[in-house]
Design a protein around this ligand. Structure first.
Ligand code: HEM
Length: 413
């Protein structure tokens, strides 16, 4: 059966969570079909059990605007397609809590990532970006993911936490282990994960206690240490809050930086325009990259009551998957949605950062880091050409890359 021949019944069964669709970058036509014909569809069988797919922009906004009906709580399984209770060490992150506890914890972190605070990091972010770009080899093949996206994201997060610079290599390692929530019951892997998570917690606890004893300053840990709502947090919640900030910023920002390279290769004319006017277009180019990459392809909610959506009845306890990658290409909102257009007027409406009470707290930081990267690349008149095929992650959650081999030219003027 080809996709064009699929009947409504076939579409009902379509399992868009299949890893191969993501690894082969083959998901677009499936979501286009669902958006057009079955925007609220039920998949009765998958590796993760049955789930609802929500693929249109307006329906996702409606779900996120009603957090009482559509819960994020880890108690119902959490915020990703695989159930959070299934794994070993539990990280109580406020992204996987409902109000009022979520709101209270969010309030403790939010001031530290407010636009005015993030603006203070801009000089340090620019310097670290410039250092990395200037260290890249001209005319040789190298992996953009490992030479730029990973070190630059690590530098950004270390700057945010004011984490000891010579220990920064531990941040992506801890974050990768904390994020492995789909390893299932394997005791060896779970023990390994626990070891890394506890090491992370112990080191952050030390620094947190130092910052708590010192006068408040502008970094995230100091602000958390001096915020009332974090003062009496139990250990599990402390680990959860740190892990959330690490994991939340890590793969997402990394994969946006990698996604940028794919976009400038696919749309060289648009890249030429950005290079000619970085002051006017870098910010739009960053937003468009985040829209099209959609580094977190989905968030999940669980229905707390029977509810109607798009003419279907979602039952209490059902898993509801919000496909941001699809909403970001919804023709009703983004015409010619697969095109990378730094001049697109409404590109900021994308849902890559979610919507409503859980909307991403790191959005401003991620945008600033990405537009700084674009400005610094433009300043150096950089041309980055992909060699071969990018190697993608086999995941319907982290939408990103393992490797992108490239060659690069740069003006040294
Ligand atoms: C391009 C980069 C990023 C993307 C695409 C992204 C995406 C997301 C998404 C989809 C959510 C959930 C929204 C929802 O459920 O409605 C979220 C929440 C969150 N993100 Fe990000 N994120 C990015 C960068 C960051 C960074 C750099 C940080 C930390 C510095 C961060 C910290 C958080 C936190 C703390 C939450 C939880 C908010 C809450 O539950 O109230 N994110 N992010």
């Amino acid at each position: 059966m080809t996709l064009a021949e699929a009947t409504a019944d076939d579409l009902e069964r379509l399992d868009v969570s299949r890893a191969d669709l993501w690894e082969k970058n083959a998901w677009r036509p499936y979501f286009a079909k669902l958006r057009e014909e079955e925007p609220v569809s039920y998949c009765p069988e998958s590796l993760f059990g049955p789930y609802w797919s929500i693929t249109r922009y307006d329906d996702i906004v409606a779900v996120e605007a009603d957090p009482e009906t559509f819960s994020s709580s880890w108690e119902h399984g959490g915020i990703v397609i695989f159930d959070m209770q299934d794994t070993g060490v539990q990280l109580r992150m406020f992204i996987a809590m409902d109000d009022p506890e979520h709101a209270e914890k969010r309030k403790g972190v939010a001031p530290a990532v407010a636009p005015s605070e993030i603006a203070k990091l801009s000089d340090a972010l620019r310097q670290r970006t410039a250092d990395i770009l200037d260290s890249l080899p001209v005319g040789e093949t190298f992996d953009w993911v490992h030479s730029v996206s990973i070190p630059l994201t690590t530098a950004m997060i270390a700057t945010l936490f004011d984490f000891p610079w010579d220990e920064r290599h531990k941040l992506p390692e801890w974050s990768d282990w904390a994020a492995k929530i789909d390893i299932g019951p394997d005791p060896v892997l779970n023990a390994e994960r626990e070891k890394h998570v506890f090491e992370m917690a112990a080191r952050f606890r030390e620094i947190y206690d130092e910052r708590r004893a010192a006068p408040p300053k502008g970094d995230l840990l100091s602000m958390m240490a001096h915020a009332e709502s974090f003062g009496d947090m139990d250990e599990q919640r402390f680990i959860g809050a740190i892990a959330l900030l690490l994991v939340g910023g890590n793969d997402t920002t990394r994969n946006s930086m990698s996604g940028l390279i794919e976009r400038i290769n696919l749309f060289p004319d648009a890249w030429a325009k950005v290079k000619a006017d970085p002051a006017g277009l870098a910010s739009g180019a960053a937003t468009e990259t985040i829209r099209l990459q959609t580094p977190i392809a989905h968030m999940r909610r669980t229905a707390t009551r029977d509810v109607e959506l798009g003419g279907k009845t979602i039952r209490k306890g059902d898993k509801v998957i919000l496909w941001y990658n699809s909403a970001n290409r919804d023709e009703a909102v983004f015409p010619d949605g697969d095109r990378w257009d730094p001049e697109r007027e409404n590109s900021r409406r994308h849902l890559s950062f979610g919507y409503g009470i859980h909307r991403c707290l790191g959005a401003r930081l991620a945008e600033l880091q990405l537009s700084t990267l674009i400005e610094e690349m433009a300043k150096r008149d950089m041309e980055v050409k992909i060699v071969g095929e990018p190697e993608r992650l086999p995941s319907c959650f982290t939408n990103g890359y393992e490797h992108i081999n490239v060659t690069m030219s740069r003006s040294d003027g």
